[in-house]
Design a protein around this ligand. Structure first.
Ligand code: C5P
Length: 311
């Protein structure tokens, strides 16, 4: 904790993610889909600074245009703070300043990272006695990706995506990401997948099918080999997202023509993630995509999950 003009400030940081593998199974009773995914936390971080307040409020800054974001009770960071206050029996509030670096509604878990960092920051600010497991349980009530942003690194997610088991990973993978100038609704992309499956026969996708992560994905992550990983990148949400936003097909093609080992839609999109062999190829691809007037950022992964920062 640091002090600014006499007020304590707690700073926490949490990462965005790329799903290097995502298989979507049947719709479960709670309306969510059964998933099998391999998450990799990447080096785009949300920075949350929490200061004491009597009520709950949030303001945004950072490299991403956040002017359209809700700042009231529907904001996931506010929900996270309120959920922890309830659980801890804390009666005060908090003011949150969030510096955003993960694309908004981009399929990289930016809102989830806000929530994960907020839980950690408020926990420290209020001195709650919550255990890590209790914070993770609150995280899971906030969204399917929030527990992963909390733990970070590389993990397999099942159930809604919130039941995590760590996966071994070596080295650093290099990513080049294109940011769209529009957001996509995650429920909308899942609904498009369901519509497609309803139209195209249960024989392609039997309802009882239990998704699992391909063993080759785990092997590629363990080996730290981008060529191996490029061969097995997979996202079931890519086809429905391309159906809703066909222009993304051209982006994928452009990246693959300019040195990417492979491209994949990140989560429910519209961010496209290109895996490259090394930092030189990342720079070349960044230049080529920028020349086509795409907004491009680079990231590496895996990186750590939510943590407190001593400013
Ligand atoms: O948990 P989160 O708020 O991130 O999920 C957003 C939406 O994505 C859900 O309301 C649901 O429509 C869809 N979803 C799903 N199955 C999952 C994860 C998300 O259907 N496993």
């Amino acid at each position: 904790m640091t002090m600014t003009a006499g007020a304590p400030v707690v700073h926490a940081r949490a990462p965005g993610k790329i799903n290097v593998f995502l298989k979507v199974g049947a719709v479960m009773e709670d309306g969510y889909h059964d998933l099998a995914t391999a998450y990799q936390a990447v080096s785009l971080f949300e920075e949350v600074r929490a200061t004491p307040a009597t009520d709950f409020s949030v303001e945004f800054s950072g490299s991403i245009d956040s002017s359209g974001l809700a700042t009231g009770g529907t904001n996931l960071a506010i929900k996270a703070a309120r959920a922890l206050a309830r659980k801890a029996g804390f009666r005060g509030g908090v003011h949150l300043e969030i510096e955003k670096n993960v694309p908004i509604a981009g399929g990289m878990g930016g809102g989830s990272a806000d929530a994960a960092a907020t839980l950690l920051a408020c926990d420290a600010l209020w001195g709650t006695t919550a255990t890590k497991d209790e914070l993770l349980a609150i995280a899971a009530t906030l969204g399917a990706d929030v527990p992963f942003s909390f733990t970070g690194g590389t993990a397999i997610g099942t159930g809604r995506g919130d039941q995590l088991s760590p996966a071994l990973a070596k080295g650093k993978f290099q990513w080049v990401l294109t940011l769209a100038d529009f957001g996509m609704s995650t429920p909308g992309v899942y609904q498009e997948l369901d519509r497609h499956r309803d139209r195209h026969a249960q024989d392609i996708f039997p309802a009882q099918h239990q998704p699992s992560v391909d063993a080759n994905v785990l092997q590629a992550l363990r080996a730290g080999d981008p060529h191996m990983l490029a061969d097995v990148l997979h996202n079931d949400l890519q086809a429905p997202a391309l159906h809703l936003a066909p222009g993304l097909g051209k982006v994928l093609q452009l990246g693959e023509e300019n040195g990417a080992l492979a491209g994949i839609l990140s989560g429910s999109g519209p961010t496209v993630a290109f895996l490259v062999a090394d930092a030189d190829s990342a720079l070349e691809l960044q230049v080529a995509l920028s020349a086509s007037r795409l907004r491009v950022v680079r990231a590496t992964g895996p990186v750590h999950g939510a943590r407190l920062i001593n400013d």
